[in-house]
Design a protein around this ligand. Structure first.
Ligand code: ATP
Length: 588
């Protein structure tokens, strides 16, 4: 397929704000795509060359891309830079300058999707002394044969700015529309949830239809989307919701890890599928050594412990294991244990459809428990008194609270979903009216006084999983220490956007906009109806959204969460209702 056809589709997708229309455009387009090319096309539409769990980065620096644009177009680098400062988008710079060049070039070799995919892969894989120059020339070579729209998307893809709105959920909708029926949509989504590879799901359905999709199961090669918990405001309500009895586990405050233990190798994934194996090499080794099976997938929480006493240390201690540099020292200095809570696969058997108690007992018998490899503390609870007692023990053991887990026959592992089969209850709920929020940064306001010349406050948003948009809930200016204020530009500026990103719904206008990428943990006094914030606008009251009052940054950057994994608007509505119910005095 010609790359120009794909670029034109990107252009049409970008032009519409409606998810339904986007789905139609995508479905129409993918029906006509050659099956052998569909997988790569799906990756490209998300600005990628492979699924997220493959840890390779395409990212070219803006300056290098400007060089390639000027090299191809003949425009001076200063001109490219001037346009870049104005627009903040190398894609737009390329579109403007390449359009001039195109009128002069008669003999361009046609650019196919295959050539683009191979060219981008070569850019990604270029290594060594001359790699920067190599990357620049590879890009220039493709730009040479591009029209303006093609150039726009090439430059956005290589700089990590490809956001035409083809999110995972929109692509799944389009696949159902193009190759199956609406009723098949949940099964297609499950295939994605257990593989985390949307390109593979697209290729499978295009080639083998629903029959092939039905055969997709859990495998050791692919990470699985994690199961998440709902929250309730008291232990009594948790036990009641569970039907009077359930299992309760300590809720450890560490880093969630999904371990894929193979016969000779182990891979540890974070909940956003980053490879954490080099962060926890000791845990990887201990899991393999203590595993009695050939291949398993388990989940657990990695927690720092005091090696002398075995006491759990606060969350901050384990974050030293997430650093990019000095990992050898961190591994020596910070002693870590994994507290395992689930098993998803063992030697060819998908365990996700088995009930909780069966999974728990299989997990325990699959490992020789000891030293660094532990089970989470669990107790079967039959009354709220027993629940309260267990909660008090969890807090005394320095945990955040408890995770209640359903023990019913249908208590399967629901990959990728947040539901009441697991319910969390934290110590924090006793002090504040709400849980903490993990919010995406979508904008910043310049500081004044002591903060002059820096970002002084941030515009924060929750994720609306129905619309795929980020809706604002607060302006956050408290809880930043000097080091954090200084680190903000480096952390945020790669997402700078010259206008409000298409995925953001906001009325408050910050000094600068960001594409949602960084997630911060925030606590607040309460959730209130807000005339200015857009979260849940018109849902509870016409003309009002929900905002949070007196927000404060806790100091925790949730780099284990992607922006789409931040607190959802649905959860904020639930917390608002939970808080109203609490203040009515109904919870005790
Ligand atoms: P939080 O920020 O409260 O940890 P979250 O959004 O990361 O929440 P939730 O599903 O709401 O995720 O809470 C479950 C999280 O708690 C898991 O992601 C995991 O990291 C952690 N956890 C700690 N102990 C357990 C346990 N015993 N069982 C399951 N998850 C646990």
């Amino acid at each position: 397929m010609l790359y120009s056809e794909l670029a034109d589709t990107f252009d049409r997708l970008e032009a519409t704000g409606s998810r339904l229309e986007m789905t139609d455009i995508l479905a129409d387009f993918i029906r006509g795509v050659d099956r052998s090319e569909l997988r790569n096309i799906i990756y490209l539409s998300q600005g990628k060359l492979h699924p997220d769990f493959i840890a390779k980065e395409l990212g070219m620096a803006d300056k290098l891309v400007l060089k390639a644009i000027s090299f191809t177009s003949g425009a001076p680098e200063s001109k490219a830079e001037e346009l870049w400062i104005k627009t903040g988008d190398p894609g737009e710079v390329a579109e403007k300058l390449i359009s001039k060049k195109k009128q002069m070039t008669l003999f361009a070799e046609e650019l196919t999707v295959d050539r683009v995919f191979k060219g981008l892969t070569a850019i990604q894989d270029a290594e060594g002394k001359d790699s920067q120059d190599k990357k620049m020339k590879l890009l220039a070579n493709m730009l040479h044969d591009s029209g303006p729209i093609e150039a726009r998307y090439l430059c956005r893809i290589v700089t990590g700015r490809m956001r035409v709105g083809a999110g995972d959920m929109t692509i799944l909708d389009a696949l159902a529309l193009a190759f199956a029926t609406k009723e098949d949509r949940p099964v297609i989504e499950r295939a994605f949830n257990v593989t985390c590879d949307i390109g593979y799901v697209a290729e499978t359905i295009a080639e083998g239809g629903m029959e092939a999709i039905n055969k997709i199961g859990v495998s050791i090669e692919n990470p699985i989307k994690v199961m998440l918990a709902e929250r309730l405001p008291s232990v009594a309500e948790v036990v009641a919701k569970m039907g009077g009895s359930c299992a309760m586990e300590y809720k450890y405050d560490g880093i969630r890890v999904q371990a894929h233990v193979g016969k000779d190798s182990v891979k540890l994934y974070s909940r956003r599928w980053e490879d954490l194996t080099t962060n926890f090499p000791d845990i990887a080794e201990a899991l393999r050594a203590r595993c009695k099976a050939g291949e398993v997938i388990i989940e657990g929480e990695c927690v720092a412990v005091d090696p002398e006493t075995g006491f759990m240390l606060p969350f901050q201690a384990v974050t030293h294991r997430r650093k990019k540099h000095g990992m050898d020292e961190a591994v020596k200095e910070i002693s870590v244990r994994i507290f395992m809570f689930d098993i998803l696969y063992r030697d060819g058997e998908d365990m996700t459809n088995r009930p909780y108690l069966e999974r728990r007992s299989e997990l325990e018998s699959t490992f020789d428990i000891g030293d660094k490899v532990q089970m989470t503390t669990m107790r079967l609870v039959n009354s709220s008194e027993e629940g309260e007692e267990f909660f008090a023990n969890a807090i005394a053991a320095r945990c955040e609270g408890i995770m209640a887990k359903s023990t019913s026959q249908d208590s399967i592992y629901r990959a990728g979903s947040r539901g009441f089969l697991w319910i969390k209850y934290k110590k924090d709920y006793q002090q504040a009216l709400t849980d903490s929020f993990d919010l995406a940064v979508v904008g910043a306001f310049y500081g004044m006084g002591k903060r002059a010349g820096k970002y002084g406050a941030l515009l924060m948003a929750a994720f609306n999983s129905d619309s795929g948009k980020f809706e604002t809930v607060c302006k956050l200016g408290t809880g930043f220490d000097d080091a954090f204020l200084d680190s903000m530009p480096e952390m945020l500026n790669s997402g700078l956007s010259d206008k409000k990103p298409k995925t953001v719904e906001a009325e408050m206008v910050p000094d600068v906009w960001f594409q949602p990428s960084v997630v911060l943990e925030v606590v607040a006094a309460e959730i209130t109806l807000s005339p200015i914030h857009t979260a849940a606008r018109d849902v509870l009251k016409e003309g009002s959204g929900l905002g949070i009052r007196f927000p404060r940054f806790t100091g925790r950057v949730r780099d284990d969460k992607s922006p789409e994994q931040c607190t959802t608007v649905g959860e904020i509505i639930e917390m608002f209702e939970m808080q109203a119910h609490d203040s009515d005095g109904l919870s005790e």
